[in-house]
Design a protein around this ligand. Structure first.
Ligand code: PLP
Length: 235
């Protein structure tokens, strides 16, 4: 795990990258938020983020997030799930996370709605879309997203705040830009058709955040540029 000084300089460099990307596409600096991705790093990573004034963290496993959250329970942070959620962990996920970005099936949507109702809460979610049609990625296919949105809008105990995508891994650089552009178009289309805002477009990571910001990302999810390489690869 890196030390605090390294984190601070990584954060500064990242914020400069974000600002340059915003300027390049004529966007205001504050139109893109940063979600530090603390997965596979110790709870120090969460403390660093909090001390730097960041208000949310992203994790991809329920168990790991639950254990970290318990250690920093005094810090008013928003915990966001960004990794695939198995049905049998949905109940704990509803208890641990403040928002679930990785909603990728109708079955999961229905289950989260029921569990949030049982827990007496309204759960903010994003719908994950496999906008790059990568067979190795989770997410609703582009042509299934409208059906998913309709299902989500019918759920009394969930609130759809927007869309999330992960660009295809190893393709040409244009593949990421295409994927992000497609998600942005889909959002604009669905938002107009259903008269809802779908404000959040969660897209862009360490390697492709410039392309995501150019396409209209409102939140980038960044691990490596802040904390260095993870000790083991993400599931
Ligand atoms: C790990 C992860 C990230 C962060 O990726 P980096 O390349 O380390 O910035 C972002 N989004 C998701 C869904 C992830 O699983």
């Amino acid at each position: 795990m890196i030390g605090l000084e390294v984190f601070k300089s990584n954060l500064e460099a990242l914020q400069a990258r974000m600002a340059a990307a915003c300027r390049a596409s004529g966007r205001a600096d504050d139109s893109v938020s940063l979600l530090p991705v603390t997965k596979n790093h110790g709870v120090e990573a969460v403390r660093y983020a909090y001390d730097a004034g960041l208000y949310a963290v992203g994790e991809n496993r329920v168990q790991e997030a639950a254990s970290k959250r318990a250690k920093v329970s005094g810090m008013p942070l928003r915990w966001e799930l960004i990794g695939h959620l198995q049905s049998n962990k949905a109940k704990e996920a509803v208890a641990v996370f403040d928002r679930i970005q990785s909603v990728d099936s109708l079955k999961l949507l229905e289950r989260l709605n029921r569990l949030a109702g049982e827990a007496g809460k309204c759960l903010p979610i994003l719908l994950q879309c496999n906008a790059g049609a990568d067979p190795r990625k989770y997410g609703f296919p582009v042509d299934a997203l409208e059906g998913a949105l309709e299902c989500a809008l019918g759920g009394e105990h969930i609130k759809v705040e927007g869309l999330m995508t992960i660009a295809p891994l190893d393709d040409a650089p244009e593949a990421a830009a295409d994927c992000f552009g497609r998600l942005r178009e889909l959002r604009d289309h669905l938002s107009a058709r259903h008269g809802i805002e779908l404000k959040e477009l969660s897209m862009g990571m360490t390697g492709d955040l410039e392309a995501a910001i150019a396409a209209g990302s409102t939140q980038i999810r960044v691990g490596t540029a802040l904390y260095g390489q993870r000790a083991y690869p993400a599931a």
